[in-house]
Design a protein around this ligand. Structure first.
Ligand code: HEM
Length: 251
């Protein structure tokens, strides 16, 4: 599902993480104007760094897969290559989820709106690595043996939580093209709020898996990052609500 070419033309691309840019661009004329203005700035060369930066991000995001392939070719995947690949793709799915969720706070903190143009690509890479993670499990680990999978899930229920996160990601990836944003209108933004549930389920999946091994350092680090990213949104939302109430009271 990840786009195979760096897409650099769009000023208000949708993504797997909502902050309204995709959907609200569709319904707010003011945003349309700002989109046109920003496109004009790009045309005038004001944001010249974006195209090379997008190409760099696009290429860098292949690193985790390239590493697995290289290790495979040089016999460095360890004693259990399937476990290595499952863990590596799982961790990179989580990394891309965190980076995607960090785009909006970073944009607000730095004031660099162009950061939004990276969000869709990053979200699709999260989905891409989730597909590899899931495929490694059901294909190379279990060989599509449903009975073996059910037995494993009985023993390791954290797999169900990962599966729930993956299922939630599917409609987000499927509705990320601009045509879908237009088609769904307001519903797009509501749908894409599911990314927060994906974040929580991903941490739960990771935590539960590592709790069985008494090795919670990484889940704690990623859990703290996720709390910061989601907490920031809750605070921003509460502030906006308070400001809207104050405006309404002042009228
Ligand atoms: C958004 C979706 C998902 C995320 C973010 C995710 C993330 C992770 C992470 C971070 C790990 C631990 C990696 C490590 O040890 O460093 C992991 C392990 C694992 N995940 Fe997922 N996962 C997801 C979906 C799934 C799905 C759909 C399945 C299978 C149906 C799955 C099956 C597993 C298994 C079996 C392991 C443990 C591998 C082992 O024991 O060595 N995950 N996942």
């Amino acid at each position: 599902m990840a786009s195979n070419t760096p897409d650099t033309s769009d000023a208000q691309r949708p993504s797997l993480a909502p902050d309204g840019a995709g959907a609200s661009a569709h319904r707010q004329p003011a945003r349309v104007t700002s989109t046109a203005a920003s496109a004009a700035r790009v045309a005038a060369g004001g944001n010249r760094w974006i195209v090379p930066a997008k190409i760099a991000v696009f290429v860098a995001a292949w690193y985790p897969l390239a590493r697995i392939v290289l290790f495979g070719l040089t016999d460095r995947l360890g004693a259990n290559p399937i476990e290595f690949i499952t863990r590596s793709t799982g961790l990179w799915t989580l990394v891309f989820l965190c980076i995607t969720l960090a785009v909006t706070p970073l944009r607000r903190l730095t004031g660099v709106s162009a950061l939004l143009r990276f969000r869709r690509m990053l979200g699709l890479y999260a989905f891409f690595y989730a597909v590899l993670h899931f495929t490694t499990y059901i294909w190379f680990d279990k060989w599509f043996d449903v009975a073996a999978m059910l037995k494993d899930i009985g023993k390791r229920p954290f797999i169900t939580v990962g599966f729930a996160a993956f299922v939630l990601l599917i409609p987000l990836a499927a509705t990320s093209p601009r045509a879908m944003v237009r088609k769904l209108g307001r519903r797009w933004q509501s749908l894409h709020r599911a990314i927060y549930a994906v974040g929580v389920l991903a941490i739960l999946h990771f935590w539960w898996m590592k709790a069985g091994k008494h090795d919670l350092l990484l889940p704690k680090i990623y859990g703290a990052i996720m709390i910061a990213l989601l907490g920031w949104r809750v605070i921003a939302w509460l502030r906006e609500r308070r400001a809207a109430r104050a405006r309404a009271a002042g009228r």
